[in-house]
Design a protein around this ligand. Sequence first.
Ligand SMILES: [Zn+2]
Length: 340
Amino acid sequence: MLERLIEKLDALSQDFEQKAASVKTEQELQALRVEFLGKKGHLTQFFRHLAELPPEQKPLLGQKVNQLKNQFQKRIQEISDSLQNKAVSAAEIDVTLPGNRPFAGRLHPLMQVLDEIKEIFKGMGFTVEMGPEAETDYYNFEALNIPKDHPSRDLQDTFYLAHNQMLLRTHTSPVQIRTMESRKPPIRIIAPGRCFRNDTPDATHSPMFHQVEGLVVDEGVSFADLKGVLLSFMQKLFGKNTKIRFRPSFFPFTEPSAEYDVSCIMCGGKGCRVCKDTGWLEISGAGMVDPAVFGFVEYDAEKYTGYAFGMGVERIAMLKYQIGDIRMFYENNVRFLTQF
Ligand SMILES: [Zn+2]
């Protein structure tokens, strides 16, 4: 009796595998499940035979039947998974559907503007110089003719690094000193980079910001050269009708010094909300290098003259893209950043 039942189980297993191999749809799979594992299914019948066997034979047959049941369930699950995978991949190759464009990332708007600034100056024969962001007092202040009691050294403005007596540079001007120390004129550089000041963040202030400074030193360099270079730069950046103007100012490292403005890029100088009806937009400072600064780098102030200028990258980007709040550059909001 037992042997005959085991033979039948083997035959049942073969029958199941044959039928399973030809299943192509969910419906066929469901039918297979009912035929073998259903309440009236082939395998369920064998549990009834168990009752008829002598007690010592029951465990052996019971074990066989359970093994087969697990095997059938596993196989049915495999077929079900593969049918589902086929359904998904069939949907995926529908070539009439629009594709999913992966998000590739892009340059930050500030870096885009900085690249544009660099390219314009490179086109005018300037080289790009870099320097450290943590500076000594000497390079950030003293060599730029900013003595110990000057207000811009104030603890309110400068981040001092207490452990090593250094500070986070408040401008990129130290790069000018480092460059002049390491070479002789002619010098024709721009120094772009991050700067730090202890400002409370608001719509126009950030404790970290980007500057580009320019320095030209040679024989016979004049204020007219400075004006020509800045005008040419602003026209390349904002359009050929852009004008510039200078207003007298003071900086410790230039003499004479000036603030320079560009004609409003929104209204062309007629007056609007952006330029507060003045027709002009303030950019930054410029001037002729103070001979005292040449003293620090051992240049002959009788022989050489030079000019220097600065500009804020955030300020230019805000004007160019009509951005009303400097903090938006640093919030890493993808909806903002993907617009550029
Ligand atoms: Zn305007």
